[in-house]
Design a protein around this ligand. Sequence first.
Ligand SMILES: O=C(O)CCC(=O)C(=O)O
Ligand SMILES: [Fe+2]
Length: 325
Amino acid sequence: MTVSEDGYIERDIPKISLKDSKNRREEIKSQLFDAAKTAGFFTLYEQDCPSKDDIEEMFLLSQKFFGLPLDKKTKTPHIKLLNSGFESCSQIRPSTGTADQKESLQLQYHRINQNWPEEEDVGSEWRVKTQEFMEKCQKISNFVMELFAEALGYPSDFFTRAHDITKPTAQTTLRLLHYFDTTGKTFTGNHWRAGPHTDFDCLTLLFQKSGSHGLEVCPGRETHTDFGYSDKWTPVPAFTGEIVINIGDMLMSWSDDILKSNFHRVRLPLPGEDQSDRYTIAFFNQANTDVVIQGPLKKYPAVTGKEFIEEAMRKNFERLQMVSS
Ligand SMILES: O=C(O)CCC(=O)C(=O)O
Ligand SMILES: [Fe+2]
């Protein structure tokens, strides 16, 4: 490990190949489990599906939506109760008290006819192609969740059956993200493309584009209720076609804090760096509302998927009040 004076430290963010994954199941399982117990972040590559072409196509669909005039984008406004829809500069992080410099669209598979962009605005194939992409994300998420279940001593389908995106109780969300071009701008105060946070979900898949850097991680969290993080961050490089995976609070809790959900952030590029738009795509695997979440050691009380997400929001809201008061 090399520590620099500017708040950064070199750490290993494991890269795990999924080449020939059917025949390398045990090897991949142990690599995933090791990565999830330490950094909580790792990159998958050489996967069959979603392919680099699938990912590039989804980025084009995303850019098509974000390129629309604001009055078209706000036709599907963010609805908190459904955790879906479009928002712009509205996500205030408890860690910073300022709004992320971004816009985003959240979509849920089973709500294709509810709060998804309309054909007349994004074209006839947008919805169906986006749904297909979600199916591909679900497939690879299932592979990873099966291996985590086995590594933790559960039956293979323990987590996957709790994440059924086709049911009305599904909470899994695809989030298209667009961080604005900041060319020529300087920010004073505590501003971020995405302020430091942990994810609420079980498993996040993040797709980045080559060169669109800025994502940074800070491992070291001991419990999923912990708000503290150290001051040494590590950049996670961006390459089109690879998938960055991180553990979220729900799976950290469900594994009695064995698998680590760690703080991460996206920094604003400095003048002199590439300050153009940054697009990313996140797929948040969140257990269905009626699933009961509790680890084998019963370290935390049993809660449903619905209660878990509501509680995470409440805690963050309280924290936000503390930060802003
Ligand atoms: O866009 C990124 O690189 C990270 C996004 C993220 O952390 C989130 O949306 O939770
Ligand atoms: Fe995140």
